[in-house]
Design a protein. Structure first.
Length: 137
């Protein structure tokens, strides 16, 4: 990761050049600046749910009312490359669609046994990273 990449929000969230990023749950309320930053850092456009095959990162925009997060993860997350991860973005407290941390924690055993602490992902979103503990991060 270059120094300039590390300074961007996408870089701090773990995105790197060349990664294939699958985006799930896109609506007009997503953080467009973050999306553009991810595409700039990875050097390519994000792919949608029609993508078949391995991906490096699954980016899930999830809001209260979007359905069961565990089902979303179980049904839509394709195989991840070694070191791949799932990044769940939820609205911050006080924003419409906020998801309590317990809602994410309940979905984690289905998707991945390892959950990193949540971090700020811009003005309105919180990011929670799910990883396979058998991979090197």
């Amino acid at each position: 990761m270059t120094d300039s990449t590390a300074l961007t929000l996408a870089g701090r969230l773990g995105f790197r050049a060349g990664q294939v990023v699958l985006e799930i749950g896109y609506h007009d309320d997503v953080d467009q600046t973050l999306r553009e930053d991810i595409e700039k850092v990875t050097g390519q456009s994000m792919v949608d749910e029609d993508r078949r095959g391995w991906v490096d990162v699954v980016l899930v925009w999830h809001r209260e009312g979007d359905g069961d997060l565990a089902d979303t993860l179980a049904d839509t997350v394709p195989p991840l490359t070694d070191g791949g991860y799932v990044l769940i973005l939820t609205p911050k407290p006080g924003w419409e669609g906020h998801v309590a941390p317990s809602g994410i924690a309940e979905a984690v055993p289905v998707a991945s046994p390892a959950q990193a602490p949540s971090v700020s992902a811009g003005d309105n979103w919180t990011a929670t990273r799910l990883m396979d503990p058998r991979t090197k991060h």
